[in-house]
Design a protein around this ligand. Structure first.
Ligand SMILES: Cc1cc2nc3c(=O)[nH]c(=O)nc-3n(C[C@H](O)[C@H](O)[C@H](O)COP(=O)(O)OP(=O)(O)OC[C@H]3O[C@@H](n4cnc5c(N)ncnc54)[C@H](O)[C@@H]3O)c2cc1C
Length: 221
């Protein structure tokens, strides 16, 4: 169960490079010692009195003492520079957990996840909450050399017959949604990425008859 957002402190543990300009960072919680959150939620990192940057929690709520974040640092702004500069032992301050891009407990429809590039982060956390065998489809649009978590997603698809994994390039996404949507049936869609892609995918899904309320999205940029 998620807690109310609060000011929090954590210490950077390991830092890993998952792909060119894609970094993963472990944060060991200091205060509170464990952060209760729901898969799909994010934290807000302040930069002075006004600017903030949001980072989704890539790791499982079942490990509340250590959060893993994953960022695309290619945009090169405030957030990317901060993320790139993180090293083991650094103390970080943030507010969280925040956001409602979560799996409702009573949701029985099969999810169709659509992730654009680093938008995979909350989707990875949501997938971690789905029981093996539960029907779910993931469309993951990214360049082949910049697709973090690809290996574990392929492995999951190999082990779990309920999970269909479709890695595609950005240019193939529209066609892939069109191909899969007719089979979407009684589905609920979770779309994450840039605004342009969210709009395009949402329009396609609406045209395929998905209910407006069955399309949930999180805009990263
Ligand atoms: C709820 C939420 C959760 C988020 N979770 C994550 C996360 O888990 N990992 C992550 O990397 N980012 C995430 N973001 C985006 C993150 O908050 C920053 O916007 C991002 O790190 C870029 O910040 P910046 O200061 O470096 O660049 P900015 O100065 O904010 O942006 C520079 C330019 O790049 C564009 N841009 C920003 N990000 C991208 C991108 N990934 N691809 C292409 N263009 C982009 C912006 O629109 C802008 O035009 C999330 C955003 C939201 C709202």
């Amino acid at each position: 169960m998620a807690s109310a957002p609060r000011s929090s402190r954590a210490r950077v543990g390991a830092v890993r490079t998952l792909a060119p300009d894609v970094l993963e960072v472990d944060l060991d919680m200091l205060d509170p010692p464990a952060l209760a959150f729901e898969a799909g939620q994010w934290i807000s990192v302040p930069f002075g009195p006004k600017p903030v940057r949001a980072y989704s929690i890539a790791s499982s709520p079942r490990s509340p003492a250590r959060l893993t974040l994953c960022a695309d640092v290619a945009p090169g702004g405030l957030g990317s520079r901060w993320f790139r500069g993180l090293g083991p032992g650094d103390e970080v301050r943030f507010k969280g957990p925040l956001g409602g891009f979560v799996l409702p407990p009573d949701e029985t429809r099969a999810p169709l996840f659509v992730a654009e590039e680093i938008g995979i982060v909350p989707v990875r956390a949501l997938l971690g909450e789905l029981a093996a065998g539960r029907a779910a489809t993931l469309l993951y649009a990214a360049p082949d050399d910049r697709r973090p978590y690809d290996a574990e997603l392929r492995e999951r698809a190999r082990r779990d017959g309920g999970f269909a994994y479709h890695p595609v390039s950005g240019g193939e996404l529209t066609a892939a949604v069109e191909t899969l949507a007719p089979r979407a049936g009684d589905r609920v869609a979770y779309v994450v990425g840039g605004e342009a892609t969210i709009k395009r995918v949402r329009a396609l899904l609406l045209a395929q008859g998905l209910d407006r309320k069955a399309i949930r999205w999180e805009r990263f940029w």
